[in-house]
Write a protein of this length. Structure first.
Length: 64
């Protein structure tokens, strides 16, 4: 059976880490530092798409 594609308005730490090319732990650290706005969801964090600019964030990470 085929999976249905569901559009979400947030990224999990794993998804965001893959998009940014960094580790999941690095995403956690950046949330803790405040450079990424994240929210606790059970045992994980989620990051709402409206709260981040992926292009800007990729440039910042690339230069660090």
């Amino acid at each position: 059976m085929a999976k249905l594609a569901v559009e979400k308005d947030f990224y999990t730490t794993v998804e965001l880490a893959e998009l940014l090319g960094i580790s999941r732990i690095s995403v956690f650290k950046r949330v803790k530092q405040g450079s990424i706005k994240g929210y606790k969801a059970g045992r994980d964090l989620i990051v709402f798409k409206k709260d981040i600019d992926l292009r800007r964030l990729k440039l910042i990470i690339k230069h660090n």
